[in-house]
Design a protein around this ligand. Structure first.
Ligand code: GLY
Length: 361
């Protein structure tokens, strides 16, 4: 059982399949490609190769597979070089397809390898973490990290298809599931008040009956945003809205040292900081801030920094954020729960006060 969501981007349009038990559909697609003489290669990580060995076998059969170490450190130039060498050794050509089976790290790395090898080959995303399912696997942002910061080198390269099988979440560690929920909450906050209310009614778990539908709804919100502003060039609003909580969150990740907070955990604190900033700007009240914090906490996510971090370092990190434009600090703010907007020229004192309220000092 699955639903199909079309992402309409002209000649770069693709389908996103979401449901339970999509392994056989992906296998059929791979078999079809190979039967047509097109080579298929698979990129995954060691954790998944171990936890989901039978599923991986069923989905990808004997297609050549490169298994990379798990973790954010894999999104680097050295591992990218390994992927390029793997593709070249397998003599993949421009008609070949790279299949990324994994979380955001594998998806971003595989996407960038596919964008750059032979100046671009097709790739298919098979996200296996909640965060990758609702956020990073769709939309075509690919890339790697540099010592100087995350995602500093990359390309827009849309996948040919995305297969989201929520059954794969069965082996996801609970901390990772919670981290993915930060992005789910983000979608409710930025564009769907009714969806946010659903999250308030009852915390989502890997066993929630409506999990596939919730994931599909996040993907639908993202698809409509990406369709309208694929390359994040809109002067206001647009794809930048997907960064709700992320300017604060990226600063937390950077100052605490990557890996201390999972990305979703830092975004969770960032969502609470963004809510407080929105309150200071007069858009929402204390009751709405409390609602945001309750939903975040109900999904086993932090609403405040676990240990205090220095405000000067956090402010400096926010200033380096890719999303900062000339003319000062720019944030995604909440005009209401379910309605976000971009806002530039924010008084630094307001952002600092919001950061202090979630534990910066
Ligand atoms: N993850 C944010 C975006 O795809 O734009």
């Amino acid at each position: 059982m699955h639903t199909t969501l079309r992402v309409n981007l002209g000649e770069r349009s693709y389908d996103l399949f979401c449901g339970l038990g999509l392994g056989s559909a992906l296998r059929a697609r791979i078999d079809e490609l190979r039967a047509a003489g097109r080579k298929v290669a698979v990129l995954t990580d060691a954790n998944l190769a171990q936890a989901q060995a039978p599923a991986l076998e069923a989905m990808c059969g004997d297609a050549p597979r490169l298994v990379l170490p798990p973790g954010e450190g894999t999104k680097c130039l050295t591992e990218l070089g390994r992927v390029w060498d793997f593709l070249a050794a397998g003599r993949l050509d421009r008609s070949s397809v790279l299949v990324a089976v994994g979380g955001g790290v594998i998806g971003d790395l595989a996407g960038f390898a596919a964008a750059s090898y032979l100046r671009g080959i097709p790739f298919i995303q098979v996200p296996t973490t909640l965060l990758a399912m609702v956020d990073s696997s769709g939309g075509g942002k690919t890339g790697i990290n540099l010592g100087a910061g995350k995602n500093l080198v990359g390309a827009f390269h849309q996948p040919q298809a995305v297969y989201i099988d929520v059954a794969l979440l069965g082996t996801l560690p609970s901390r990772e599931f919670a981290a993915g929920m930060a992005e789910v909450i983000k979608y409710g906050l930025l564009g769907d008040a009714e969806f946010f209310a659903r999250l308030e009614r009852e915390p989502v778990t890997p066993r929630s009956e409506d999990l596939a539908e919730l994931v599909r709804r996040c993907c639908a919100i993202k698809a409509r945003i990406v369709e309208a502003d694929e390359r994040e060039t809109a002067a206001e609003g647009g794809r930048a809205l997907l960064n709700l909580g992320h300017t604060f969150g990226h600063a937390i990740e950077q100052v605490s040292g990557y890996g201390t907070y999972l990305h979703g955990e830092a975004v969770a604190v960032g969502l609470c900081a963004a809510a407080r900033l929105s309150q200071k700007l007069g858009y929402i009240g204390g009751a709405e801030v409390a609602r945001v914090e309750r939903v975040v906490a109900a999904h086993a996510l932090p609403t405040r920094l676990r240990e205090p971090l220095g405000l000067p370092a956090l402010v400096a990190a926010m200033g380096r954020d890719k999303k900062v434009r000339a003319g000062g600090l720019r944030f995604v703010v909440l005009r209401a729960l379910g309605e976000a907007a971009t806002q530039g020229a924010i008084e630094p004192a307001l952002a600092e006060a919001a950061f202090r309220e979630v534990g910066a000092e």
